[in-house]
Design a protein around this ligand. Structure first.
Ligand code: KIV
Length: 273
């Protein structure tokens, strides 16, 4: 008989996410890139973990998400998968590994699934990547779409400002969202778009729509872990709520350790053999 512990650890699937949308239960999602953080996050009860290509920024210190490679994404994703017992793990296919070539998209998605053990992939874009999305889906790999501010296209946008404020871009975004749903995507991320537009997208689709900087009237929320924990301090968009000030906490701990070493306060005899 299933006890309460095993029931609590019942895996989140694309199907359970769909049911959450149907019953109006909001879906929680955060990024993670390594084993230790993913373990804490999963144990806290997160529904979805995104191994985002934001690893390029917060783990590797690049200015954009463009430099991260498929091998590097697989490295991060496999560490996360080893830690996660309950959440659905979604892995970003990095820039240059799927656009404009559906055969390459399929190869990249299969490598991610086989080598990392991730449960789904995320791809940025709408009609322009339709073939790649369909090809990946045809192999049985669940795909999450990503519209609005798509950071892999930052050099096309030229700015990280709110997207789809103009009618034409908003209409294209709605069309793209419907197209991705029709293709068979299991969920969609909408990033940095007006709340009213995000609400319209979420109510027009049957698949879950997860927002970041897209207001509250969507089916769930995602943030970058390092931003919401206050490890990064320089990134301050309006949509970001900080749930901790880990930069300060860590700085204090590091300073205390350095001081204890210098003053021979650490280690004591109790901490020695
Ligand atoms: O890479 C990432 O962290 C993302 C989120 C911002 C949605 O794509």
């Amino acid at each position: 008989m299933a006890n309460s512990t095993s029931a609590a650890l019942k895996r989140i699937t694309t199907h359970s996410l769909q049911e959450m949308k149907q019953r109006g239960e909001k879906i929680s999602m955060l990024t993670a890139y390594d084993y230790s953080m993913a373990k804490i996050l999963d144990a806290a009860g997160i529904d979805m973990v995104l191994v985002g290509d934001s690893a390029s920024n917060v783990m590797a210190g690049h200015e954009t998400t463009l430099p991260i490679t498929l091998d590097q994404m697989i490295y991060h994703a496999s560490a996360v998968v080893r830690a996660v017992k309950r959440a659905l793990v979604v892995v970003d296919i990095p820039f240059g590994s799927y656009q404009g070539n559906s055969a390459e998209a399929l190869r990249s998605a299969i490598r991610i699934m086989k080598e990392s053990g991730g449960h789904a992939v995320k791809m940025e874009g709408g009609a322009e990547i339709k073939e790649s999305v369909m090809r990946v889906l045809s192999a049985g790999v669940p795909v999450m779409g990503h519209l609005g501010l798509t950071p892999q296209s930052i050099y096309k946008f030229g700015t990280y400002t709110v997207r789809a404020q103009e009618k034409a871009e908003a209409e294209k975004l709605i069309e793209d969202a419907k197209l991705l749903e029709a293709c068979g995507c299991f969920a969609l991320v909408v990033e940095k778009i007006p709340a009213a537009l995000a609400k319209k997208v979420a109510s027009s689709l049957t698949i879950p729509v997860i927002g970041i900087g897209a207001g509250v009237e969507v089916d769930g929320q995602v943030l970058v872990m390092h931003d919401m924990l206050g490890i990064t301090q320089e990134f301050k968009p309006r949509f970001l709520r900080r749930y901790a000030d880990l930069q300060q906490l860590m700085t204090d701990a590091f300073k205390k350790y350095i001081s204890d070493v210098k003053t021979k306060d650490f280690p004591t005899s109790k901490e020695s053999y």
